[in-house]
Design a protein around this ligand. Structure first.
Ligand SMILES: [Zn+2]
Length: 128
């Protein structure tokens, strides 16, 4: 798994307007994917290219609600908005998901037409 494969994939996804994705989504397209590494890398891009959010699931695997900060999850009994079952949020049933920052999508789309015709290799500077 190479970090630049993830970077390339993120650019393609942003161009195609793919939103609200999980690390598992990226994993399908990455050779030798490691889900922990990919999650860590995506988390390192939060507030640069990405927005993170946390989905709380009920015991029946419904996405009950979403928060931006895991500290906002209250471990108290509540009712699932989808199935109505009473449950207490379980840390192992909280899923991390990402979205692109609007500025990143804008940048990627603008970049399509940009060319670097004046770009030249830099001359090496001799180090004494
Ligand atoms: Zn439910």
């Amino acid at each position: 798994m190479y970090i630049y494969d993830i970077d390339d994939l993120l650019v393609e996804m942003a161009k195609k307007d793919i939103r609200h994705f999980s690390p598992y989504f990226l994993c399908q397209y990455i050779k030798d994917c490691n889900i922990e590494q990919i999650t860590d890398y995506l988390l390192s891009l939060v507030n640069k290219n990405l927005i993170v959010y946390y989905e709380v699931q009920c015991p029946n695997e419904h996405s009950d609600y979403v928060v931006k900060d895991p500290h906002d999850i209250v471990m108290e009994p509540r009712e699932c908005q989808v199935c109505g079952e009473d449950y207490i949020p379980d840390p192992s049933n909280i899923w991390v998901a990402f979205d692109f920052m609007p500025s990143f999508v804008e940048h990627v789309k603008k970049n399509k037409s940009r060319t670097y015709t004046t770009l030249k290799p830099r001359q090496m500077i001799h180090v004494r």
